[in-house]
Write a protein that binds this ligand. Structure first.
Ligand SMILES: Cc1cc2nc3c(=O)[nH]c(=O)nc-3n(C[C@H](O)[C@H](O)[C@H](O)COP(=O)(O)OP(=O)(O)OC[C@H]3O[C@@H](n4cnc5c(N)ncnc54)[C@H](O)[C@@H]3O)c2cc1C
Length: 407
């Protein structure tokens, strides 16, 4: 039987980030992940990139993970938001964010999920207080006022003071604890693929709003862009069933020729989109983090960023309790975590949901209003700067890791 302070269930990007943060602060941590080590690094496991906001880069820096990502992180220097449709073309009214308007740092970085997972695994391997159980699953979990006890499918038992569910959208630990969720099906699917192009992108990210959903072009390292192409689910299935040639033609219709000729790099992936928020983020000796707590539309590339801010806050309240010799799974620790995280999650879920509703249609008066809105925000300096700082994740009561202080 193993005895630790914190048991993390789910070793994805969010669960591993928390495990690294805790172990780095000397807290004994176990993480249970159902996939075998390295499986999530396969080329066909996940074709996504994440746009890591400035705050997330700070968190990874603080955790000692950034050195493993830096060489593969494409900086975002400019963001262009454009409205368009195939009939009228691209609107001349658009919003342009330049990183120099808020400082010297890039807005953030585009990093492949595979690279993030690999960086976390390498950092985790160097931390003595962290033990990874993989492939493994929790078969039975008790979390009550006395403590946490987990029985794994290989017969092992782990005892802890706190359990953390980081199992993503379909978290069984959340459901077994009786924590309900609110859901909204967007009836949209994101098609994800990467393209190579002739001309350099100069760190420009483009979000093109088309009637069935946004088409995002995200600058990776080199002459590569990752595309997140949102369509109604029915249309997405049609595009996904095309052979590479016709599929690339459809991509080109949306991408345009601003970077020269395009080629497809690697396979395509698809993800059905929904909004899902948990009605509570905690239960007795249990905390939810990342997609287990909240899933949002990828329209602004903020889901992982939100999860990493959960990590920064939960790690801070746990570490503070541990340093004072207090119980890391107490109601006070969990209450502090939940109260600190709710406003940020609520704001981001509301903004991404509203943006998708406002832009994913082709109703003429609405289109004019939103184009005028984009142009007005573009001219309104303070409002534009506030939006930029929100996207960078540096607004509100910042945890130490985001502020650049040690945990
Ligand atoms: C198309 C698309 C584009 C996106 N782009 C961005 C972006 O640009 N920027 C951004 O910030 N976010 C983005 N996101 C969101 C981001 O991908 C997610 O928020 C993030 O992956 C959530 O990480 P997680 O670790 O919480 O969950 P997951 O990635 O779902 O990981 C959960 C882990 O738990 C494991 N697990 C599950 N059940 C069990 C179990 N019972 N026992 C043990 N292990 C288990 C799984 O194997 C997995 O490793 C995007 C999402 C989509 C769909």
């Amino acid at each position: 039987m193993a005895e630790v302070d914190v048991l993390v269930i789910g070793g994805g990007m969010v669960g591993m980030s928390l495990s690294v943060a805790l172990a780095d602060a000397g807290i004994k941590t176990a993480v249970v992940e159902r996939h075998a080590p390295g499986k999530d690094l396969d080329q066909d496991f996940d074709g996504r990139t994440c746009s890591l906001a400035h705050a997330s880069a700070m968190i990874f820096e603080g955790l000692g993970v950034w050195p493993f990502l830096a060489a593969d992180a494409g900086p975002i220097y400019d963001i262009r938001v454009v409205d368009g449709n195939f009939k009228d073309g691209i609107s001349s009214l658009f919003l342009h964010y330049n990183h120099e308007d808020v400082g010297d740092d890039p807005f953030g970085y585009i990093v492949e999920n595979r690279v993030i997972r690999s960086g976390l695994a390498q950092r985790a391997a160097a931390l003595k207080p962290l033990k990874v159980y993989a492939p493994a699953a929790v078969e039975e979990l008790v979390h009550d006022s006395h403590g946490v006890e987990a029985k794994l499918n290989d017969g092992k038992t782990i005892k802890a003071r706190l359990a953390v569910a980081a199992e993503g959208k379909f978290s069984p630990t959340r459901d077994n604890a009786g924590i309900s969720t609110r859901q909204y099906d967007y009836k949209q699917t994101a098609i994800v693929c990467s393209v190579g192009h002739q001309e350099p992108h100069d760190g420009v990210a483009v979000e093109l709003f088309l009637p069935s959903g946004p088409f995002a072009m995200l600058p990776m390292t080199g002459n590569r862009m990752n595309l997140v192409w949102t369509e109604t689910t029915e249309l997405a299935q049609n595009y996904l069933s095309l052979d590479d040639g016709p599929f690339l033609q459809e991509v080109k219709k949306r991408f345009g020729d601003w970077l020269g000729d395009l080629e497809l790099l690697g396979p395509r992936f698809s993800y059905p989109l929904s909004l899902q928020t948990s009605n509570a983020y905690t239960d007795t000796r249990l905390a939810l983090i990342g997609d287990a707590a909240h899933v949002i539309h990828p329209i602004a590339g903020q889901g992982l960023n939100l999860g990493l801010r959960d990590v920064a806050v939960l790690a801070e309240v746990i570490v503070d309790a541990h340093r004072l010799g207090l119980d890391v799974g107490s109601g006070t620790v969990l209450e502090n975590y939940e109260n600190w995280r709710r406003p940020d999650v609520f704001a981001m879920a509301t903004v991404t949901h509203s943006l998708n509703k406002l832009f994913s249609n082709d109703i003429a008066p609405l289109r004019l209003a939103r184009d005028l809105g984009l142009a007005a925000v573009d001219k309104a300096g303070p409002l534009k700067r506030l939006f930029m700082r929100h996207a960078m994740g540096v607004v509100g009561n910042l945890p130490r890791l985001v502020a650049g202080d040690p945990l």
